[in-house]
Design a protein around this ligand. Structure first.
Ligand code: NAP
Length: 277
């Protein structure tokens, strides 16, 4: 069994990006909008700002109060869309319940949409046009490529249908000629699908959700799920699966670091492909 080492691969990507950002005419600007005081979000925001510093990027935090109105968030996004010193805009999810997250994601100009969540970015991906791609799916595809795992003709069981993971990933997988079965909470007899799959991708968020009985020998297993148990971060996949899989992503150290690396890869792409700077 081979570990798909997202930590190592993401470090390589970030080292390469550091050189690329340094070669630009001016310092890249990355704006993060954080509304409220969600503790986990605070950690994610801090980590992203630290990464900005390491990469020689100007990280700008816009921390708004929990009771901020949606219109005010949209106004801030407008301002950042029109600010030439800002090359990428990230809205830290989750937003407080009274704010429509989809409206906010969609308000980001697609040229600065480092998350790839706007309708234009998602639509272009679906139609097979160039776009900034949602970071977790993009990171997973990068791992397949890095480890020379050919997807053509493979049966993939993808357990997730969310806008940020399942749907973009489905499109990327079919583009690589995989045959994808998209499963979700209403799927009957999930095991029938996982057992037949050459590749199982689980993004459910339930510890030990994927057990070794659900996997065929030699399957490739991608664990996207994140849960917390006694302060520890754990994925969806039970530890026994490691003995049966041919390739597998650990949690932590698998898909998570790839997602972060892809945010900055998208920032570089936003500047060089969409903003012509
Ligand atoms: P989400 O919108 O809640 O999606 C969860 C998916 O799992 C849904 O499609 C849901 O089906 C499905 N599901 C739930 N219970 C199921 C069951 N018993 N059988 C089959 N499917 C089931 O969450 P998300 O934002 O996509 O994230 C999914 C997980 O990935 C979370 O743990 C999140 O923390 C993690 N994540 C990790 C990264 C990373 O970088 N590692 C990035 C993003 C997300 P329905 O659609 O029917 O509800």
């Amino acid at each position: 069994m081979t570990i798909l080492d997202g930590k190592k691969v993401s470090n390589e990507i970030l080292e390469d990006l550091k050189i690329k950002f340094a070669s630009l005419d001016k310092k890249a600007g990355f704006a993060i909008i954080w509304v409220g005081n969600n503790e986990a979000s605070g950690i994610y925001v801090k980590n992203k700002l630290k990464k900005c510093e390491k990469l020689g990027i100007e990280g700008k935090l816009y921390h708004l109060e929990e009771n901020t109105k949606e219109e005010e968030v949209l106004e801030l996004i407008d301002k950042l869309n029109n600010d030439d010193s800002v090359n990428g805009i990230l809205i830290q999810s989750p937003l407080p319940r009274h704010i429509n997250e989809v409206n906010c994601f969609n308000h980001v100009n697609y040229k600065k949409d480092v998350d790839g969540f706007s309708n234009i970015s998602a639509g272009n991906l679906t139609l097979g046009n160039p776009s900034l791609i949602s970071c977790t799916p993009k990171g997973i595809m990068y791992l397949f490529d890095y480890y020379h795992l050919d997807l053509e003709g493979k049966n993939v069981c993808l357990i997730n249908r969310s806008n940020i993971v399942g749907k973009p990933l489905f499109n990327l997988l079919i583009k690589k000629n995989a045959t994808v079965t998209m499963c979700h909470s209403k799927t009957s007899n999930l095991e029938d699908f996982t057992k037949k799959a050459d590749i199982v991708i689980s993004a459910v968020g339930k510890p030990k959700f994927i057990t070794s009985e659900m996997i065929k020998d030699g399957a490739i297993v991608i664990d996207v799920g994140i849960s917390r148990e006694n302060g520890k971060v754990i994925g969806d996949v039970d530890s026994e699966v490691f003995e049966k899989a041919s390739y597998i992503t650990p949690v932590p150290g698998g898909v998570g670091p790839m997602t972060i690396a892809m945010i900055f890869s998208n920032l570089y792409e936003a500047i060089t492909k969409y903003q012509n700077k």
